[in-house]
Design a protein. Structure first.
Length: 162
């Protein structure tokens, strides 16, 4: 059974947060950066780690681990920033997402992607586009626009653009 909305083979960048593997459609990714100096912005939510200077542009950096209720991302030799373009309120916004490590780019056939698990009404899994499988590991395919569509992130973006 394939997921509605995924009708063709798509390339995904896989990355790790803790022991879990996640994936983002490569068309949403602008670039991958080594971890650099992040400037903390006062009075922002904890998951908002700060901003970086990307060739003269201010790019907010979100700790996906904190955003997903995990422990804070530890800085290692593999820690990186995945720079993504997301649609937020009908405009394209560039954001950085901290990841423990980037894995590889994989192609996934639509019939190999299962719908996100339904975990009741209390847990929001809207940001999970589907569950793929690579070898024997499950991969959570993120709808990156919905990951960053929360009111908290929209508020952060609004305060940075003033």
């Amino acid at each position: 059974m394939s997921v509605a909305g995924i009708t063709e083979t798509v390339q995904y960048l896989t990355f790790k947060l803790g022991d879990e593997i996640f994936a983002i459609d490569v068309s949403k990714i602008r670039e991958i950066l080594e971890l650099t100096s992040i400037t903390k912005v006062p009075q922002t939510p904890e998951f908002m780690r700060g901003v970086i200077n990307l060739r003269g542009s201010v790019v907010p950096v979100i700790d996906l681990r904190l955003n997903f209720g995990m422990a804070c991302t530890e800085q290692t030799v593999n820690t990186c920033i995945i720079v993504v373009e997301v649609s937020l309120d009908d405009e394209i916004v560039v954001l950085g997402a901290l990841a423990d490590s980037v894995q590889e780019v994989v192609e996934m056939e639509p019939d190999k992607i299962e719908p996100a698990p339904h975990l009741g009404t209390k847990l929001n899994t809207e940001f999970i586009k589907g569950m793929g499988k690579i070898d024997n590991d499950f991969v959570m395919i993120l709808d990156i626009d919905k990951v960053f569509a929360s009111d908290d992130i929209a508020a952060v973006q609004g305060s940075l653009s003033k």
